[in-house]
Write a protein that binds this ligand. Structure first.
Ligand code: NAP
Length: 544
């Protein structure tokens, strides 16, 4: 036996594939489906114990989608799927979205090509063969001509660097790595660090069962009522019956979202008229408050301030104690951090078992045993929930840190800035494609739809290479500069890039301050099509 293994060629243990997909969430599942359907041998790897990506990990109480399920937060590639999957909620909770993705994996027989509980620990491009070789955390080696990274924009968790946190004496969970066993808050003193979307969803639910909840807030947030509820069955049936119409709307609208374009500036109206518009939108809830009333809330600071003031007024109405309300008052430009939808978040602070620590006045100094020590005193806790977010968009890619041409790794390539061409490929990394990469529309587009469109483009590109007998594709020198310009131009008129947010990398110490979302929306996908039609303009296609 030993002798035999000595004779094995170094790469004999490798599985050789046409394409490897990293990630089995929305993006990875469709990439696998699409590329396999195109006749390629494909395998997807995911570190999670099940399919679903972010919806497999984010099991914290209250986790749910923030755009309407039907028809928007779903795949568009299969009319049959759209007609047979019955959503029960307008903005479904995590279990329902996960069930949908599991259904998709089963319906399209994807599981046979997905290897779960497997982290990719090494990925490198071999210039001699023009292939990628990957190693998993268990030492398995696989190689493929094409590597598609669909590992998620919000999956590299950000853990706060608080002295003593590793030795916290109680239970400690990050919202994005929530345990699969039920977490019991009953009778416990729970602390939540952070007040982003995850915290705002979890806090009302935790407060209902914990003995006491202490929220540690660094930045007060604007929140808009989600107004979730059971989906109207008639509406659902109508969407299913008229699927083509809805799908076409998504594919042709600016961001694939249910927000009709409005032509009016907030500054065209009197304060009284604006109040009326905002009140009506507030009753409906959801992101329409930001996108459904006026067209300049994210392009004009004065217009933006009118909605900011309106929401601050709503916070004052919801929170009984004026001192607590003051601490909760956001003072940045609304929308420059991702706007949050809530279900009873502010009212939670009216409960006797909830207290708020304003870290700007009273910062955390360290953790000792079970106590979070702030400047003013100690908070003894049984459980700490870290709702501290993610190293967004680029973090997962950098943790993978693939090696491209000349053995240069991604961390080196991105030392000065995040560079891509079209948000689809990175200079020096042939045959390595990104789903929701930096400088693509990613988190400011309908993500399931954008992932589908990017996978379709990748599939077409691979077909083009094969038909024309090319082995590799990569950005031509300098195209990253052109694309940075396009990304900057698309965002220039907007306020999104002005905030201290994960959109700009400001939430991670030492990260480049760079707005990495391409705001082109539909136009971005037109550019992708145009590049493809022009024989992949800006790319180098080669035979070796
Ligand atoms: P997040 O928006 O980045 O919020 C992280 C929170 O933790 C912020 O309040 C941040 O404060 C705070 N924080 C970070 N480090 C800290 C530290 N060292 N000390 C104290 N506070 C600290 O993360 P998230 O809430 O997980 O949400 C991330 C994104 O995921 C969302 O914006 C959204 O796009 C998506 N998401 C969506 C949903 C949904 O669909 N409804 C739900 C959850 C998440 P600062 O603001 O001061 O940095």
């Amino acid at each position: 036996m030993v002798k035999q293994s000595e004779n094995i060629e170094p790469d004999a243990a490798e599985q050789h594939l046409d394409a490897i997909v990293i990630g089995a969430g929305f993006g990875g599942l469709y990439a696998l489906y699409h590329l396999r359907k195109s006749g390629l041998s494909v395998k997807a790897f995911d570190g999670a114990g099940g399919v679903g990506g972010t919806w497999w990990w984010n099991r914290y109480p209250g986790a749910s989608v923030d755009i309407p399920s039907a028809p928007f937060y779903a795949f568009t590639f299969s009319e049959e799927l759209a007609r047979e999957w019955d959503w029960t909620e307008r903005q479904p909770g995590q279990p329902e979205v996960l069930a949908y993705l599991e259904y998709v994996a089963d319906k399209f027989d994807l599981r046979r090509d997905i290897q779960l509980k497997t982290w990719i620990s090494d990925a490198r491009f071999d210039e001699k063969t023009g292939r990628w070789t990957l190693q998993t955390d268990s030492g398995q080696r696989v190689s493929a001509q094409f590597l598609i990274c669909a590992a998620g924009t919000l999956s590299a968790t950000n853990l706060p660097d608080i002295p003593g946190i590793a030795d916290f004496g109680g239970e400690c969970y990050h919202t994005g790595r929530w345990p699969h066993e039920p977490v019991d808050f009953a009778g416990k003193r729970v602390g939540v660090i952070g007040t982003g979307s995850s915290a705002v969803q979890a806090i009302p639910s935790i407060a209902r069962s914990a003995a006491h909840l202490t929220v540690f807030q660094r930045t007060p947030q604007y929140c808009i009522p989600a107004r979730n509820g059971p989906i109207d069955r008639n509406y659902l049936k109508q969407v299913q019956a008229e699927w083509k119409k809805h799908s076409d709307f998504m594919h042709t609208s600016l961001t694939g979202m249910p927000y009709p374009s409005v032509e009016r500036s907030a500054l065209d109206d009197t304060p009284e008229q604006r109040q009326e518009v905002y009140e009506a939108l507030w009753v409906d809830g959801g992101f329409r408050v930001l996108f459904g009333g006026y067209n300049d809330l994210m392009t004009n600071k004065a217009a933006n301030a009118t909605l900011g003031e309106f929401v601050r007024g709503k916070i004052r109405e919801q929170v009984r104690d004026p001192a607590t309300a003051n601490k909760l008052m956001p003072d940045y430009m609304l929308g420059t951090k991702r706007l949050i939808l809530d279900e009873g978040y502010f009212e939670t602070y009216n409960r006797d078992n909830v207290s708020l620590v304003d870290l700007r006045d009273d910062p955390i100094e360290r953790i000792i045993g079970n106590a979070v020590v702030t400047a003013s005193g100690e908070h003894t806790l049984d459980m700490l929930v870290l709702a501290t977010g993610y190293d967004a968009i680029t973090g997962t890619l950098l943790r993978l840190n693939p090696r491209g041409r000349d053995g240069v790794d991604l961390a080196t390539t991105w030392r000065e800035s995040f560079t891509t061409y079209l948000g689809m490929m990175i200079p020096g990394f042939p045959n390595f494609f990104l789903i929701h990469g930096p400088e693509s529309p990613s988190v400011l587009h309908n993500m399931p739809l954008a992932g589908e469109l990017q996978s379709d483009w990748i599939g077409d590109c691979i077909e083009h290479l094969r038909m024309n007998k090319f082995n590799t594709i990569e950005p031509a020198p300098g195209m990253e500069i052109e694309w940075r310009q396009s990304t900057d131009d698309a965002a220039r008129e907007t306020l999104f890039r002005e905030g201290d947010s994960w959109y700009t990398g400001a939430n991670i110490e030492g990260k480049h301050r760079q707005f990495v979302v391409h705001m082109g929306g539909k136009e971005y996908f037109e550019i992708l099509d145009d590049v493809a039609h022009k024989d992949y303009r800006g790319f180098v296609l080669a035979q070796t």
